[in-house]
Design a protein around this ligand. Structure first.
Ligand code: DPP
Ligand code: ZN
Length: 874
C-alpha cells in the first residue's frame, strides 16, 4: 500500500450526517442495510466522485434516493464503492452488504467470539461492515436496528440509548438504539448474544440517571463486580478531576474472549477483552485488578477525550490516547499510591517505549507517515504521548493546565481536532509560547541528558552543567534540542536539602529547571557542603539521565531523598551498575563480584518501611531487558541472564534473614481484598520470598511450595508458582501440573500458566512452548492464548527467544507467517519482538536477520506484517 502522509490531509468531498443501520444477524450471512444521508462538503471539491471505503465486503444492492442506480453510475468491489457523479445536493444512499461474522478471524469489523456477535471498528473496521467514508473526521448521528434469532442472541446492544425493542415472527426479535452524539464510525459498535449482566446505576453531577451494565459470559457474573465498581469510581473521578460528566442514559461494557486490543471505547458501549473485566480473588491477581481498574477508567475517560472530541485523522491518535493514558494514570494515582504508580509506569515506559524508540520501529508521538495505522497503537503514541502531557502540566503549572483542559473541552467539543488545536488551548490559558515544546510531538528518539556537577566549597556554590542530545532515528538523522523540564533537589548526607537559590538571587520554584538548549548550566548558591543532586525527580521528562554518581552518593539518595521516585531510581541504578559490571566480568570469563552496599541498604529498607508496595518495587531489580538496553549494543543475552541471576542470588544470601523475617511478618489472615494496601503487602511478601529463594533455594522452595498449596488467592498462588518455575526440579513440575489441572476449564487463568512456562530461562523452554501449543486449551485463533504463550516467549524471555542457535527466532517467524493469514494484527504485534535485533551480538544479529528476511520473502504478506518487517530491516 502507498504511504499515507500527514501533509496530504484534506477534508472529504462529502459529509455523512446520519447513518441508519439495519443489521440482521446471522452466523455466516449477516445482512447490513445502511442508509446514509450524504451531502457535498463545502470544504471539499465540488462534483468529485464519491469514493466509499470497503474491506472484504459483498455488495447486495445500492440505491440513491430510493431508486436503483444505473450500472455505469457506480463501481463496486470488496474494497470500495465509487459513485462517479453523485448529485450536487443532499441525497440518501442505501447500501446493502453481506458479511460472514463466523469466518472473520481478523477480529475487525463484525465477528463472533464464543458465539457472541461483536464489533471492532478502530481504526478501519467499519468498512468491513458497510461501505463508508471510514475516517475519523466524518461524524454522523447513528441509529442502529439489530435483529437476530432470540434464542441465539437474546441480548442486543448498540451505541447510545435504547429506543425500542420487540418480538418478530419465527423466533426473531429486534432492538433499536440511537446515539444522538455525532461520532466517527470507528466508535460504532453492536453486540448480540447470550450474556449475563451485572447492573448498577449512577446519578451524575447534574442529576442525570445512568444505567450501568457489565455483560459477561453467562455464569461469570460473579467476576464482573470489580469492573462495575471501577466504572462507578471512574465516572465520579472524571467529574471531580476534569469536570467531565457522562452524556447518555446508558453505559454498557461487554466482555468478549477474542479481542485484539485491551478494550475499545465505542460510544456508550465499550467492548472489552474479558481479561480486563473478569476478576475474582481465586482467578485474578492484584496486578489484574489494577489493570482492570486502569483500563475501565481509560475507556470511560475516552468519552470526553476521544469521543466528544475526536481526532481529525489517524496521525492525531496521540491526541486521544496520550491524553487518555495520562488521565487514567492520574486516576490510578489518586485511587492508589502515587509514587508506586509512577514507578510502575516508568518501568513500563522504559521497557516498551524506550525499547521501541531506540530501534528500527522508532517514530514520533505524532507520526507524519504510515503504511498501516494498526501498527501505530504503540507505546510511543500511548505512553510517551502521556509523558508529553505530564511535561506540559509541569511546565505551565497545574492551574494553567486545568484552564487549558477546560478551554479544550469547551472549544473543541463535537469536533475532530488536531494536536495544534489542543496545544493552542494551553498556549492561550498559560500565555506561553508552546511552539518549541511541540517538537516533542514531531521528533522521535529518547533524548539523553548528561549532567556534570562541580561544588565549590569556598563559595558554597554548586554548578550543574547540562547537555542534551537525541540519537538519530529512522527518517530523522538530525535532531534538535527539546524542552526538558528537570525537577531537582539537593540531598545531603545529613538530611534534607536546602532551598534552591540561583546565582541571580531567585529561588528555583518547585525545583524546576528547564533545559531547552543543547547545553545549559545552573549555578546554585548557599549550598551546604556535600550535596548530592537529585535530578529528574518524579521522572519529570522521558529522557535518559547520565549522572556520575558514586556508590556512596547513590546510597545517600536511596536513604534520604524526599522524592520517592528517585529513592527507587537510586536503588535501580546501583543494581544496574552491579549487573553491567557482572556482564563484563562474565564475558571476560571472570566470576562476577558484588559489593554489599546494595544488599545492606535493601535490608535496612525492609526493616524500616511500612510502604510495602514501594519496597517491593525496590526489590524488583532491573529486568534482563533493562540491562540489555543499558548495554545498548553487542548484547549477549546469556551473559545478561547470568549476571542478573548472580546478583539476585547474592542479595538473597546477604539479606537472607531479613527477607525471611519480612516474609513471615507479612503473613495475612482474613479474607482477600484487592485494595492497594493489601496488594502492596502481598507484593512485598512475594518479592521477599522470591529473593530469598534466589539466594537459598533449599530454604525458599519449601516455603513457596507451602504457599502454593495453601494460598486462597491467585496473587499468592501464582506468586509461589512463579518462584518455583525459576528452579528446575520436581517441585516445579508437580506444582505446574497441579495448577494446570485445577484450572483446566479456565482459559484466562491458564494464560498465566502458559506465560510462566514460556518465561522460564532454560534451553528446554522452546520445546516446552511447542508442547503447550498442543494443550487442549491452547488455540492460535485466540489472541490472549497466543500472547500468553508465544508472546511471552518472544517478549519476556530474553535469553531463550534470543537463543544463540536462532531457534527462537525461527519459531517466532513460523508463528508470524502462520498467523498472518488469519489475524494479521496479532501477527504484526508478535513480529515486533524483533525490534531490538540490531543491538545484539553479531551471531544472533545474523540469525535474526535470516528470519526477518524469510518473513519478508513470503508472498502475499498482510499490510500489517509487511510494514513491520520492512521497517525492521530498513
Ligand atoms: N481501544 C484502544 C484504546 O482504548 C484504542 N482506542 O486505547
Ligand atoms: Zn485508548
Amino acid at each position: 500500500a502507498a504511504p499515507v502522509r500527514l501533509e496530504d490531509y484534506r477534508p472529504t468531498d462529502y459529509l455523512i450526517d446520519t447513518v441508519s443501520l439495519d443489521v440482521r444477524l446471522h452466523p455466516t450471512a449477516t445482512r447490513i442495510l445502511a442508509e446514509l444521508a450524504i451531502r457535498p462538503n463545502p470544504a471539499g471539491r465540488a462534483g468529485a466522485a464519491l469514493e466509499l471505503d470497503g474491506d472484504e465486503l459483498e455488495l447486495v444492492s445500492v440505491a440513491l434516493d430510493g431508486g436503483a442506480l444505473a450500472p455505469g453510475a457506480y463501481e463496486a468491489s470488496p474494497s470500495g464503492l465509487t459513485l462517479h457523479a453523485p448529485p450536487e445536493r443532499a441525497f440518501r444512499l442505501s447500501i446493502e452488504t453481506r458479511v460472514n461474522p463466523t469466518a472473520n478471524t481478523k477480529l475487525m469489523g463484525l465477528y463472533r467470539s464464543s458465539g457472541v456477535y461483536c464489533t471492532q471498528c478502530e481504526a478501519e473496521g467499519f468498512r468491513r461492515i458497510t461501505y463508508f467514508l471510514d475516517r475519523p473526521d466524518v461524524m454522523a448521528v447513528y441509529t442502529t436496528r439489530i435483529e437476530a434469532e432470540e434464542a441465539e442472541a437474546p441480548v442486543l446492544l448498540g451505541n447510545g440509548d435504547p429506543v425500542e425493542r420487540g418480538a418478530l415472527p419465527n423466533g426473531r426479535h429486534y432492538a433499536v438504539w440511537r446515539d444522538p452524539h455525532p461520532k466517527p464510525c470507528y466508535l460504532f459498535a453492536l453486540v448480540g448474544g447470550k450474556l449475563g449482566r451485572v447492573g448498577g446505576e449512577i446519578v451524575t453531577r447534574s442529576g442525570r440517571k445512568v444505567e450501568l451494565g457489565v455483560y459477561v459470559e453467562p455464569g461469570k457474573e460473579s467476576r464482573a463486580g470489580y469492573a462495575l465498581d471501577a466504572l462507578v469510581r471512574s465516572m465520579r473521578w472524571d467529574e471531580q478531576a476534569f469536570g467531565c460528566e457522562y452524556d447518555l442514559s446508558v453505559f454498557n461494557i461487554v466482555a468478549v474472549s477474542d479481542f485484539n486490543m485491551g478494550a475499545m471505547e465505542n460510544k456508550g458501549l465499550n467492548i472489552f477483552n474479558d481479561k480486563y473485566v473478569l476478576a475474582s480473588p481465586e482467578t485474578a491477581t492484584d496486578a489484574d485488578y489494577a489493570a482492570i481498574e486502569a483500563i475501565i477508567a481509560h475507556e470511560y475517560f475516552h468519552n470526553w477525550t476521544g469521543n466528544r472530541i475526536t481526532c481529525r485523522d489517524w496521525f492525531q491518535l496521540c491526541l486521544k490516547e496520550g491524553l487518555t493514558v495520562f488521565r487514567d494514570q492520574e486516576f490510578s494515582s489518586d485511587e492508589r499510591s502515587r509514587p508506586v504508580k509512577r514507578i510502575a509506569d516508568v518501568r513500563a515506559l522504559r521497557a516498551q517505549q524506550f525499547a521501541e524508540d531506540s530501534g528500527p520501529l522508532a517514530h514520533p508521538v505524532r507520526p507524519s507517515v504510515y503504511r498501516e495505522i494498526n501498527n501505530f497503537y504503540t507505546a510511543t503514541v500511548y505512553e510517551k504521548g502521556a509523558e508529553v502531557i505530564r511535561m506540559l502540566k509541569t511546565l505551565i503549572g497545574p492551574e494553567a493546565f486545568k484552564a487549558g483542559m477546560d478551554l479544550y473541552f469547551h472549544r473543541c467539543d463535537g469536533t475532530a481536532a488536531t494536536i495544534e488545536d489542543f496545544l493552542a488551548c494551553f498556549a492561550e490559558a498559560s500565555g506561553r509560547d508552546l511552539s518549541h515544546f511541540s517538537l516533542w510531538y514531531r521528533q522521535a528518539g529518547t533524548p539523553s541528558v548528561a549532567v556534570r556537577t562541580a561544588y565549590d566549597a569556598e563559595d558554597r556554590t554548586l554548578r550543574l552543567d547540562f547537555a542534551q542530545s537525541t540519537p538519530p532515528t529512522p527518517g530523522q538523522t538530525e535532531k534538535e534540542p527539546v524542552v526538558i523540564p528537570i525537577r531537582l533537589g539537593l540531598v545531603s548526607a545529613q538530611g534534607r536539602g536546602a532551598p534552591l537559590k540561583t546565582a541571580d538571587g531567585r529561588t528555583l520554584e518547585d525545583g524546576l529547571f528547564v533545559l531547552d538548549k543543547t547545553a545549559d548550566s545552573l549555578t546554585l548558591i548557599e549550598v551546604p557542603a556535600d550535596p548530592v543532586p537529585s535530578l529528574l525527580r518524579g521522572f519529570s521528562a522521558p529522557v535518559r539521565l547520565e549522572q556520575e554518581l558514586g556508590p556512596a552518593e547513590l546510597l545517600t539518595l536511596f536513604r534520604r531523598d524526599e522524592d520517592p521516585f528517585n529513592r527507587w531510581q537510586a536503588a535501580q541504578t546501583y543494581a544496574m551498575r552491579l549487573m553491567v559490571r557482572a556482564v563484563e566480568a562474565l564475558r571476560a570469563q571472570q566470576p562476577p563480584e558484588f559489593d554489599q552496599g546494595f544488599a545492606v541498604a535493601l535490608g535496612e529498607l525492609l526493616a524500616a518501611t511500612d510502604d510495602h508496595a514501594f519496597a517491593a518495587q525496590v526489590m524488583a531489580l532491573p529486568s534482563e531487558a533493562d540491562v540489555a538496553r543499558e548495554l545498548g549494543r553487542e548484547i549477549d543475552p546469556d551473559a545478561v541472564l547470568h549476571a542478573r541471576k548472580a546478583l539476585r542470588s547474592f542479595v538473597g544470601q546477604t539479606a537472607g534473614d531479613r527477607l525471611a523475617q519480612t516474609y513471615s511478618r507479612l503473613e495475612t489472615t482474613g479474607p482477600y481484598s484487592p485494595d492497594a494496601a493489601s496488594a502492596g503487602r502481598r507484593s512485598l511478601r512475594n518479592a521477599a520470598l522470591d529473593l530469598l529463594t534466589a539466594g537459598d533455594p533449599g530454604r525458599g522452595i519449601p516455603l513457596a511450595q507451602a504457599q502454593f498449596a495453601s494460598a486462597d488467592n491467585m496473587t499468592d498462588q501464582i506468586g509461589a508458582l512463579a518462584i518455583l518455575a525459576q528452579h528446575p526440579g520436581p517441585a516445579r513440575e508437580e506444582a505446574l501440573a497441579a495448577f494446570g489441572e485445577h484450572f483446566a476449564a479456565d482459559p484466562l487463568v491458564l494464560d498465566k500458566w502458559f506465560g510462566l512456562q514460556a518465561a522460564i530461562p532454560e534451553a528446554a523452554t522452546l520445546d516446552r512452548v511447542r508442547g503447550l501449543m498442543r494443550h487442549p486449551a491452547f488455540s492460535l485463533s485466540n489472541p490472549n492464548r497466543t500472547r500468553a504463550l508465544v508472546g511471552t516467549f518472544a517478549m519476556a524471555n530474553l535469553s531463550q527467544f534470543h537463543r544463540a542457535d536462532g531457534a527462537g527466532y525461527a519459531f517466532l517467524a513460523d508463528m508470524v507467517l502462520q498467523l498472518d493469514g488469519s489475524n494479521p494484527q496479532l501477527a504484526a504485534r508478535l513480529l515486533g519482538a524483533f525490534r531490538t535485533w540490531r543491538s545484539l551480538e553479531q551471531g544472533r544479529r545474523a540469525q535474526a536477520e535470516t528470519q526477518l528476511r524469510r518473513v519478508a520473502a513470503k508472498e502475499g504478506l498482510s499490510p500489517d506484517v509487511s510494514d513491520i518487517v520492512t521497517r525492521s530491516l530498513a
